[in-house]
Design a protein around this ligand. Structure first.
Ligand SMILES: NC(=O)c1ccno1
Length: 250
């Protein structure tokens, strides 16, 4: 298969959506091999404890290192002989999970996700893992979730749709917002489909003109306007990017 994905979680049922739709079809086609693991399988006490109070005090609980260490050992042992996964740890304190990072991860053959609950996982788990596999701590946005499972769903979907053949038509992620290319770093503009008139609202004339040059220009203008409105931070990046491009072509 294209890619193996392991997820260690105390809520395997949270990852059930991975068995349906886009990702479900990719699994059925053998392009994706997803294995869910219940972290509590590696607890040893009668209460199957996975967390404890933080050293140094403070609110909340921290995930204990022992179950995670044993779980990651098992994942490594069950995976492809002689290979190690990239450990992806969703956390608000991680590097931004961007389309670029999704592209990077889509190029790897084995990902292991470690969604944390509570205040996070004992730091020694990450440090120890980093001695035997690549570790990527990434945030899907500047907000805090109750746990990393939802972030895993986001990351897996963003990565899986980039795997060849997983997405309907290979083109459609070509001009994704944030995907490299002419529209790099600009948001996508408005889209329209039939009927040409709906509740008194018509489709912009240019899109019906069949004039591909005009249509492309109009789409760039719309993308720029939308980016200016919603993500002015991207406009500067785009300006620099297009500047470099012009310089290169000069
Ligand atoms: N922002 C995030 O990626 C996240 C992960 C867990 N909680 O928040």
């Amino acid at each position: 298969s294209e890619m193996r994905i392991d997820v260690v979680t105390i809520f395997p049922e949270y990852l059930e959506p991975l068995n349906v739709s886009l990702v479900g079809k990719a699994r059925a086609r053998g392009q994706l091999d997803v294995h869910l693991h219940d972290l509590r399988s590696w607890t040893t006490d009668v209460h199957r404890t996975v967390d404890d109070t933080p050293y140094g005090g403070g609110p909340g609980m921290v995930m204990k290192p022992e179950p995670w260490g044993a779980a990651l050992d098992a994942v490594l042992a069950q995976g492809p002989e002689g290979e190690v996964p990239t450990l992806v740890v969703p956390t608000p304190s991680g590097r931004p999970f961007t389309q670029e990072l999704a592209q990077d991860l889509a190029g790897r053959s084995w990902l292991a996700f470690a969604p944390a609950r509570y205040e996070g996982i004992d730091r020694r788990v990450i440090e120890e893992a980093a001695t035997r596999m690549p570790v990527v701590e990434a945030s899907i946005g500047d907000y805090v979730l109750a746990g990393g499972e939802v972030a895993v769903l986001v990351m897996v979907e963003a990565v899986a749709r980039l795997l060849p053949g997983v997405l309907g038509n290979a083109e459609s992620h070509r001009d994704d917002s944030f995907a490299p290319g002419a529209m790099a770093d600009l948001l996508e503009g408005p889209v329209y489909t039939k009927p040409a008139e709906w509740r008194g609202r018509e489709v912009p004339e240019v899109l019906l003109s069949g004039h591909h040059g005009k249509i492309a220009r109009w789409r760039r203008e719309q993308a720029f306007a939308r980016t200016l409105a919603n993500r002015p931070d991207l406009v500067d990046r785009w300006r620099l990017g297009s500047f470099d491009k012009k310089e290169r072509e000069a």
